[in-house]
Design a protein around this ligand. Structure first.
Ligand code: LLP
Length: 438
């Protein structure tokens, strides 16, 4: 998919760059992003919304992969940006992302984070709870500012996805519940706070969702809520944000919809629900993360040791693992992979791909069909663009890999590989622990 193919040498090529050359130039493990595919995904969203005729904003959920170069691409593609921490905000600002297109999320924004966002003048806060409403109003007042807000409501829709990443059901740490009146109360509260400008509401039902039904139900609930609020308070929502969560194909058998079908399901549902109620059509915002960058990413590893347990299993170990991709360990996520340096070789053995962390759970792929592999071969794991670099850690003091963007035969480093000095750069040995010279 994307610009990936096996070239004449039998090597994996992405964005016109031979994976074996990338490994030689940048080392492994290496995250490779197919820039053309990222841009294509962004354009699929924008085009689909344009076709709907509704006013819209597509906000890239930067949590999926937040680096300055990605913010620059989002900017060029006319996207908005969803950030959830001072770190993501700083990344966006350092990349020169237009502040008015930044939306700030989070269920426990700290006063410092709120102040930082207020000072930079971001476009919108998505307010999650009552304490934040009060705090934001007070801090904005201190600065003599008025700020745009959406209220995050929990629509009570259960999307079929992994428990850890589903968020729309009532028993969730996020947002104001629709079912128990909290959302209604939050609207009333927001209207009394003079430094807040209530643009509308936000709903996010989960992640890696394949069916459109959950989104339709969410739109339905939000529209009913909008109508009841209009009747009661004579307030119309200008903006409805329907979050992200559109699924991607990681392995065979998974069948997500093309982006334009997700968008169409949402925009059709918005049109019918709101027009039926004679409600002015709101601006629709969405926040795709995974579907913007997930399948554009490939992680390249070097295979090292192997362990064959006759009649049981053969393990092959790579030079990364749960530190660069914690998703298999966290969510039992599955991935597909090939030998990048022998892409056409026949599949001859079944292996399980182990990481190098001191932990039995550090497995990337179970039961993968591969050609006969040996130490030094390159393994390419696909669909690692979302929530991989973003969730990478330094467990075992392993250095985070470099990230390169490839396009039209050019490879550009966008995140340097961490150095050993990076690993200790924040460590401090208190004076009392220093050995005094004898
Ligand atoms: N908007 C909100 C409010 C969210 O909480 C999320 C994701 C998104 C948008 C973007 O969702 P996406 O389009 O990427 O599905 N670490 C997990 C995924 C956690 C998603 C958290 N929120 C994983 O690796 O699968």
């Amino acid at each position: 998919h994307g610009t990936s193919r096996i070239n004449d040498k039998g090597h994996l090529e992405i964005g016109g760059c031979d994976a074996t050359d990338l490994a030689a130039q940048f080392g492994t493990p290496l995250y490779i992003m197919d820039e053309a595919l990222v841009r294509q995904r962004a354009r699929e969203y924008v085009e689909a919304f344009k076709a709907s005729g509704l006013p819209f904003q597509v906000a890239y959920a930067s949590k999926a992969f937040s680096v300055m170069a990605m913010c620059a691409i989002a900017e060029q593609e006319g996207l908005s940006l969803d950030v959830v921490s001072d770190g993501e905000l700083h990344t966006a600002l350092q990349a020169g992302f237009p502040v008015e297109r930044i939306h700030f999320h989070g269920n426990n924004k700290t006063p410092d984070e709120i102040n930082m966002a207020l000072e930079t003048g971001i476009g919108c806060f998505v307010v999650d709870n009552f304490l934040e409403l009060e705090l934001l109003n007070a801090l904005a007042g201190d600065k003599g500012k008025k700020v745009n807000i959406l209220l995050r409501i929990t629509p009570g829709v259960e999307a079929h996805t992994h428990d850890y990443i589903s968020t729309g059901q009532q028993d969730s740490k996020f947002g104001f519940d629709l079912g128990n009146g909290a959302a209604r109360e939050a609207i009333g509260k927001a209207l009394t706070l003079s430094n807040l400008i209530l643009l509308g509401v936000h709903s996010h039902i989960g992640s890696q969702i394949f069916e459109v039904e959950g989104f339709r139900m969410a739109v339905d609930k939000v529209a009913q809520f909008a109508v009841s609020i209009r009747e009661e308070l004579d307030l119309t929502f200008k903006v409805v944000n329907l979050g992200g969560g559109f699924g991607i194909r990681y392995v065979e058998g998974e069948t997500p919809l093309p982006i334009h079908q997700y968008v169409q399901a949402i925009t059709d549902a918005v049109k019918s629900n709101f027009s039926d109620a004679n409600y002015p059509l709101p601006e629709i915002w969405v926040e795709p993360g995974r579907s913007m960058v997930g399948d554009a990413g490939t992680t390249l590893y070097t295979i090292g040791t192997s362990k064959n347990i006759p009649g049981v299993r053969k393990y092959i170990a790579v030079d990364g693992g749960m530190t660069d991709n914690p998703r298999p360990a966290l969510y039992q996520s599955q991935y597909e992979a090939i030998l990048a340096n022998r892409g056409n070789a026949p599949l001859e053995e079944t292996v399980s791909v182990a990481g190098k962390c001191c932990e039995s759970g550090d497995m990337l792929i179970w039961d993968l069909e591969l050609p006969q592999s040996e130490s030094g071969d390159l393994l390419a794991v696909f669909c690692t663009g979302a929530y991989n670099y973003a969730m990478a850690s330094n467990y075992n003091r392993i250095r985070r890999p470099a990230v390169v963007f490839v396009k039209d035969g050019e490879a550009d480093l966008v995140v340097k590989r961490e150095s050993l000095d990076n690993i200790v750069c924040n460590d401090v040995i208190p004076a009392r622990l220093h050995k005094s010279p004898l």
